[in-house]
Ligand binder design. Structure first.
Ligand code: TYM
Length: 334
C-alpha cells in the first residue's frame, strides 16, 4: 500500500463526460485501494460562473451519483460536497493573501473562461486556483489525480504551499504531486481534435456524456470528425491527425491497452469499422454506470446522506489542520 492522502474534485456543472471519466473518475476508483482518498463535489468552484440554484442541487447529486456508480466506496473513501466543510473557504482566504496577482494572471484556464470579457468575470473565477489549493491543502493531501488540463493549477498549489512554508518559516504544507494517469489524460472534442472535450461546449455532439444512451453514443461516434485516410500503421502516423489520435486514445483507455497496442490493432483499417467497435466498447463500459446513476438519482435522500456523512468525516480531518494554520498565521482562537 502506498502511503499518502489523495484529494480530488469534480465541478457540478452538468454534462459529465467521457473526459471526466477517463481522465479523473476512473482513476479515483482505482486509487482508493492504495491511498486514503477524499473525493469532493466542488460546488463552490461551480458558482464562479452563474448556476441556477435548483439545477446546482441536482448536478451536485449527479456528480456524487457518478462517483458511487463508477465504484467509489463511500465507506472506504470520503465523498462530500465542498460547501459543507467550512475549512475550504477559510483556508482559501488565507491563500488569497499568499498567492500573487502575477501568478493568477498567468493561469490559462482563467484566460480561456473569462475570454474577452475579463472585466466582467467574477472575482471568484480569478481566485479559483487559490480555492483549489485550499481544497487540497486543508487535508494536507500528498497526491491529486486529475486530467492534464489541471496541471497548471496544481503547480500553483505547490507554489502556494512553498510560499506559505517560506513566509512563516515552517515545514507545514506538503508539496503535492499530480497523478495524471492512463491513455486518455486529455480527451478531445469529437467535432474538433484540437479542442478539449468540455462540459461547456455548446455542441452536445462534441462530447459523450456519461449518461448518454446506447443509440446516442453510437450516433455521436459515427459522426465524429475524422480524415479521409485509413488508420495509421504506426504511432508516428498519428502525427498531424488529431482526430484519429483522439479516437485511438479513447479506445486504448477504454480497452486498457497502450496507444501503441491500439494503433497495432487497427493498423491500416477503415474508420467505419473502427468506429463501430469503439461505439460498442463505449456502450459496454458506460451503460452500467449510467444505469446505476439513474437508480441513485431516484433516491436523492440516500445520496444526500452519503454527502453528509462524508462531510462530517472530511471536517474531522480538516478542522485540526485549520487550527494549526491559524496558530501559524497568528490568529487568536479558543
Ligand atoms: P472539472 O470539473 O473541469 O473536471 C473534473 C476532472 O476531469 C478532468 N477532465 C478531463 N480529463 C481528460 N480529458 C478531458 N477532456 C477532461 N476534461 C476534464 C479534469 O482534469 C478533472 O480532473 N478545477 C477542477 C476541480 C477541482 C479540483 C480541486 C481538482 C476543484 N478543486 C482539487 C483536483 C483537486 C475542475 O474544474 O475539474
Amino acid at each position: 500500500m502506498a502511503t499518502g492522502r489523495i484529494f480530488s474534485g469534480v465541478q457540478p456543472t452538468g454534462n459529465l463526460h467521457l473526459g471526466n471519466y477517463l481522465g479523473a473518475i476512473r482513476n479515483f476508483v482505482r486509487l482508493q485501494h492504495d491511498y486514503e482518498c477524499i473525493y469532493c463535489v466542488v460546488d463552490m468552484h461551480a458558482i464562479t460562473v452563474w448556476q441556477d440554484p435548483a439545477e446546482l442541487k441536482s448536478t451536485t447529486r449527479e456528480v456524487a451519483a457518478a462517483y458511487l456508480a463508477a465504484g467509489i466506496d463511500p465507506k472506504q473513501s470520503i465523498i462530500f460536497n465542498q460547501s459543507q466543510v467550512a475549512a475550504h473557504a477559510q483556508l482559501a482566504w488565507i491563500f488569497n493573501c499568499i498567492a500573487r496577482m502575477g501568478w493568477l494572471n498567468r493561469m490559462t484556464q482563467f484566460k480561456e473562461k473569462a475570454g474577452k470579457h475579463r472585466e466582467n468575470a467574477s472575482v471568484g473565477l480569478f481566485v479559483y486556483p487559490n480555492l483549489m489549493a485550499a481544497d487540497i491543502l486543508a487535508y494536507k493531501a500528498t497526491h491529486v489525480p486529475v486530467g492534464e488540463d489541471q496541471k497548471q493549477h496544481l503547480e500553483l498549489c505547490r507554489d502556494i504551499a512553498q510560499k506559505f512554508n517560506n513566509d512563516f518559516g515552517v515545514e507545514y504544507f506538503p508539496i503535492t504531486e499530480p497523478l495524471i494517469l492512463g491513455a486518455a489524460t486529455r480527451v478531445m472534442s469529437l467535432r474538433d481534435g484540437s479542442s478539449k472535450m468540455s462540459k461547456s461546449d455548446p455542441s452536445d455532439n462534441s462530447r459523450i456524456n456519461v449518461t448518454d444512451d446506447a443509440d446516442t453514443i453510437a450516433r455521436k461516434i459515427r459522426r465524429a470528425k475524422t480524415d479521409p485516410e485509413p488508420l495509421p500503421e504506426t504511432r508516428e502516423g498519428l502525427k498531424d491527425r488529431p482526430e484519429a489520435d483522439n479516437l485511438l486514445g479513447i479506445w486504448a483507455a477504454l480497452s486498457e491497452q497502450t496507444k501503441d497496442e491500439a494503433v497495432a490493432e487497427f493498423a491500416g483499417g477503415q474508420f467505419s469499422e473502427f468506429k463501430q467497435r469503439l461505439a460498442d466498447l463505449a456502450v459496454e463500459k458506460l451503460s452500467p454506470i449510467a444505469d446505476e446513476m439513474r437508480r441513485l438519482m431516484a433516491e436523492p435522500d440516500h445520496v444526500d446522506a452519503v454527502l453528509a456523512d462524508g462531510a462530517a468525516r472530511a471536517d474531522a480531518i480538516a478542522r485540526p489542520i485549520l487550527d494549526e494554520v491559524k496558530d501559524i498565521v497568528g490568529f487568536l482562537r479558543q
